[in-house]
Design a protein around this ligand. Structure first.
Ligand code: C5P
Length: 236
C-alpha cells in the first residue's frame, strides 16, 4: 500500500510561500500538487525546488488542446520529472492517447490522469455547453473513455470513486479532492468527505489543501491524517 496517499495542494501565489509550506511538510508522508496559479507565477523552477526537497509532484495544469500540443506539454512535464500530470477528458480520445504515448517514452513516466467534469459545472451548465445527461452520466462516460484511451486514472469525488472502481476496476487510479477533516469548515467545497471515508469509498489518492496548509500546525495535521489512513485499505 502506498504510504503517501495524501497530495497537499500548494495553492500559493509565489514560490517563496509554497516552499515555506513545503519546508513544514514531510515528503515521506505526502506528495504535493502544483496548480495553475503557482506554476504561472513561479514556473518549472518551483517544481525543481520541490523535487530537490524530496517531494513527488502532481502537476495539475489540466491540459486541453489539440493532440500534438498536449503531447508536447506532457513531454515537457515528464522531462521535469513530475510524478503525475493531468488532461481534460473532453479533449477527446486522440488527445488522451497522444498524452499517454508522450509519457510512455520516458524511463520513469508520469501517471497521466483525466479531469472528467469540473465540479463547478451544474447539470444546467453542462446542458448549456452541449453535454446533456447530467454530471454523473458525463463523469461515467468520460472516465470510460479515459481508460479506453490508456490513461492511468481520473480526478473525481469520493462518491464517484466508488462508482468508477465498480465500473473500471481497482487498478484505475482515482484522485479525490473535496476532503475535510472532522470539524473543519467546508470553505468553497460543496460536497466533502473525511480522508478515511474517501479511502473506504475507493480513492487511491486524496488532494488536501486548506485543511493542512491553513491549519495551525500543518506538520501535525498531516501526521494525524497519515496515521488515520495507515490502517485503511482501499476496497478491492
Ligand atoms: O483547499 P482544498 O482542500 O479545497 O483544495 C483542493 C484542491 O483540489 C485545490 O487545489 C483545487 O483546485 C483542487 N480541486 C478541487 N476540486 C476539483 C478539482 C480540483 O477542489 N474538482
Amino acid at each position: 500500500m502506498d504510504s503517501r496517499r495524501v497530495i497537499v495542494a500548494l495553492d500559493f501565489p509565489d514560490a517563496a510561500a509554497a516552499l515555506a509550506m513545503a519546508a513544514r511538510l514531510d515528503p515521506a508522508l505526502c506528495r504535493v500538487k502544483v496548480g495553475k496559479e503557482l506554476f504561472v507565477a513561479a514556473g518549472p523552477a518551483v517544481v525543481e525546488s520541490l523535487h530537490a526537497r524530496g517531494f513527488e509532484v502532481f502537476l495539475d495544469l489540466k491540459f486541453h488542446d489539440i493532440p500534438n500540443t498536449v503531447a508536447g506539454a506532457v513531454r515537457a512535464a515528464a522531462r521535469l520529472g513530475v510524478w503525475m500530470v493531468n488532461v481534460h477528458a473532453s479533449g477527446g480520445s486522440a488527445m488522451m492517447r497522444a498524452a499517454r504515448e508522450a509519457a510512455a517514452g520516458f524511463a520513469r513516466p508520469p501517471l497521466v490522469i483525466a479531469v472528467t467534469v469540473l465540479t463547478s459545472l451544474a447539470d444546467a451548465d453542462l446542458a448549456e455547453i452541449g453535454f446533456p445527461g447530467g454530471a454523473a452520466e458525463n463523469v461515467s462516460r468520460l472516465a470510460g473513455l479515459a481508460r479506453a484511451s490508456g490513461l492511468d486514472g481520473i480526478v473525481c469525488s469520493a462518491e464517484e470513486a466508488a462508482m468508477v472502481r465498480g465500473a473500471l476496476g481497482p487498478a484505475f487510479v482515482t484522485v479525490t479532492p473535496g476532503i475535510r477533516l472532522p470539524g473543519d469548515a467546508k470553505g468553497d467545497q460543496s460536497r466533502v468527505v473525511t480522508p478515511q471515508d474517501a479511502v473506504r469509498q475507493g480513492a487511491h489518492y486524496l488532494v488536501i489543501g486548506r485543511p493542512v496548509t491553513q491549519s495551525a500546525d500543518p506538520a501535525a495535521t498531516l501526521h494525524a491524517i497519515a496515521r488515520s489512513l495507515a490502517g485503511e485499505r482501499t476496497p478491492s
